[in-house]
Write a protein that binds this ligand. Structure first.
Ligand code: DC
Length: 227
């Protein structure tokens, strides 16, 4: 942590929900750095569990098999926004969790109620220490509904695909958009904790804005909020 960073407002929790490519990760990390808060990427936890299940040879389309094994791996999230980490049974999987294989398997895994219950417990333990920006799909609705600031980010599908393709170095923007939209449908349509915008969340459509502009808007909400 940098010595010049402002002191953390230790009870403050900022919930930042939205679909992939909406600018959630970059915005969350930048806001955390600006405000001297920790950062938790809950999507990385779902990805890490998915990576582990694939590695174990578990059929990710069999909810009973996923439920039976999902409690086994130890999953530890490092919350420094300048260098977040995700470690499964002692292995740093920061790179492995971003592969196409994990992208394709993470939605069915995250629809399994036992998976959500397990990760919810881990997430609440981290968030309970306070002073954190948390990004995900269900943070404002389920994980931490009492968050002082709730934001819901969206962006046009083409803008999201372009950003995601730039991040991953892919030249297949159309293919990236197709896979994003397929994941959206699954994440929004599942029975348990679907991606949804809750009452009280401020909606920011990031399509016309730069990252810095979105960060400014979120930081301004904190200033205006009750925390
Ligand atoms: O934000 P992301 O693309 O890294 O998330 C990966 C997947 O994890 C996403 O397709 C749905 C799931 N997820 C979830 O169900 N709930 C969360 N709070 C975060 C992610």
């Amino acid at each position: 942590m940098s010595a010049t960073r402002p002191a953390a407002r230790t009870s403050l929790v900022i919930a930042l929900d939205g679909a992939s490519g909406s600018g959630k990760s970059s915005t969350s990390r930048a806001v955390a750095i600006r405000l001297g808060l920790r950062y938790l990427d809950t999507g990385a936890m779902y990805r890490a569990l998915t990576w582990w299940l694939l590695r174990q040879g578990v059929d990710v389309h069999d909810p009973a098999a996923v439920a039976a094994r999902c409690g086994e791996p130890e999953i530890v999230s490092g919350t420094d926004p300048t260098a977040p980490t995700i470690v499964v049974d002692g292995i740093d999987v920061g790179t492995e969790i971003r592969t196409d294989k994990v992208n394709a398997a993470v939605s069915p895994v995250s629809a399994v109620p036992e998976v959500r219950a397990r990760l919810l417990e881990l997430q609440r333990a981290v968030i309970g220490q306070g002073g954190i920006v948390v990004e995900g799909r269900d943070i404002g609705s389920v994980v931490w509904p009492q968050a002082e600031v709730k934001v819901f980010l969206s962006a046009d599908p083409s803008a999201r695909a372009e950003r995601r393709a730039a991040e991953t170095g892919s030249i297949d923007v159309a293919g990236t958009q197709e896979s994003l939209l397929a994941r959206d449908r699954l994440d929004s349509g599942r029975a348990t904790a679907p991606l949804t915008r809750v009452d009280g969340a401020v909606h920011i459509d990031t399509t016309p804005y730069t990252l810095d502009e979105v960060v400014e808007q979120v930081v301004a909400l904190v200033g205006a909020g009750p925390a």
